[in-house]
Design a protein around this ligand. Structure first.
Ligand SMILES: *Cc1c(COP(=O)(O)O)cnc(C)c1O
Length: 380
């Protein structure tokens, strides 16, 4: 089965990890800072604080935004569930906004409609790697005094109006899960241009302690104070060595993702049954996912049958994602279906095709042939 996403690990990566294993620091050590600095420099973000998952990065961001009980945070109706869970961690209330029909990113006009006196922040997601409309979101945030958090788990390397992902919101959260642009096994990072926020988050990831182990060993002091509640969200040096090695290959991998998207676009333009991804002007997407939407009215079957048929052809398609308010836990909190027409309709028609830089040309051809065969077969 051809997976929908997969990491690339080469000998350089293995050597980088092995060097850490032979050294003194397995966890917070020099590779953490080196990786943070490299990502901050790549994105022009200012400051990077690495943590042990993308979810921890989002938690750190909602914490740094001072979200508390009763605060509302606007979140897109379709994303990975961590984009909304991070609001619940702080006792806040996610308020789901619908999506723009072209990009499936959060719709700024629906954000405006959902703002109340309790709204504190907006979490955007650069869905599939295509940056959200950050200028529109930033303007709304400024008008209403809201914090902007960009969930950029899909979009490291993306560009919006000449500005890189990592600089488009007050705080940006990255994930380094193996399906993402670069991997550390598990890992995440918060990017911000605000040095004070970066400092607070460094403490948050380490129990609320004011100095990390590395700094203490350098100053030979036993003293530390805990002046707030933090967590252990530290990422090991082992992981950061892998991340640093991976980052050097990101631009080459992004080029390959663009080639794959271009081949899909060209091959599928002939199929009237498919709605293809849109790329807006002035945007360079990072192509984490390539999502087609089926014009099911032109087919004899629905999405699930097409999905099954593609799996039967050994194409590891997926669905990203079920709307978050449809999840049982969210239903138990009182969210009811039927309030996000674009997201809910798109969910029922979407299929993610394999998209990762390690795909061979013949893998791409296999996907194109299988999709063409299946939708033509089911054509009404
Ligand atoms: C992967 C992902 C996350 C969470 O990342 P983890 O590193 O798996 O915790 C958050 N948001 C989105 C949109 C993601 O795709």
């Amino acid at each position: 089965m051809l997976a929908y996403a997969r990491q690339i690990i080469d000998d350089d990566d293995r050597r980088a990890v092995d060097a850490v294993l032979k050294g003194d620091w397995l966890t917070t050590g020099p590779m953490v800072k080196a990786f943070e600095d490299a990502v901050a420099s790549y994105t022009h973000a200012g400051h990077g604080v690495a943590v042990n998952t993308g979810t921890a990065a989002l938690h750190a961001a909602t914490w740094a935004a001072n979200i508390s009980a009763g605060d509302e945070v606007i979140v897109p109706a379709i994303s990975f569930v961590a984009s909304a869970n991070c609001v619940l961690y702080m006792g806040g209330k996610p308020v789901f906004a619908d999506l723009s029909p072209d990009t499936l990113n959060i719709d700024p006009s629906d954000i405006e409609r959902k703002i109340t006196s309790r709204t504190k922040a907006i979490i955007s997601v650069d869905f599939t790697g295509h940056p959200a409309d950050h200028d529109a979101i930033g303007a709304i945030a400024e008008k209403h005094g809201l914090v902007t958090i960009a969930d950029a788990a899909h979009s490291l390397g993306g560009v919006y109006k000449g500005r890189k992902v990592g600089t488009l919101a007050d705080m940006t959260a990255l994930s380094f899960h193996p399906v993402k642009q670069v991997t550390t096994g598990e890992g995440g990072m918060i990017l911000t241009r605000d040095a004070a926020i970066a400092k607070r988050i460094r403490s948050f990831r380490h129990h609320g302690i004011d100095l990390d182990l590395h700094q203490r060993s350098k100053t030979q002091s036993w003293q530390y104070d805990v002046n707030m509640l933090g967590y252990n969200y530290r990422i090991p040096d082992i992981n950061c060595a892998l991340g640093l090695s991976q980052l050097g290959k990101l631009d080459r991998w992004l080029d390959r993702r663009h080639q794959i998207a271009a081949r899909y676009d060209e091959a599928f333009a002939k199929l009237p049954h498919l709605q293809l991804p849109t790329v807006r002007q002035n945007v360079v997407p990072a192509w984490h996912l390539y999502i087609i939407r089926l014009h099911t009215e032109t087919l004899r079957v629905g999405r699930d049958k097409v999905f099954e048929a593609l799996r039967a052809e050994n194409i590891g398609v997926n669905v990203h994602y079920v709307p978050i308010p449809w999840m049982s836990h969210y239903a138990s909190l009182g969210y009811e279906r039927g309030q996000w027409p674009v997201a809910e309709d798109s969910h029922l028609r979407m299929i993610s095709l394999p998209m990762f830089p390690g795909m061979s040309d013949s893998d791409i051809q296999d996907v194109i042939e299988a999709v063409t065969r299946v939708v033509t077969y089911y054509s009404a």
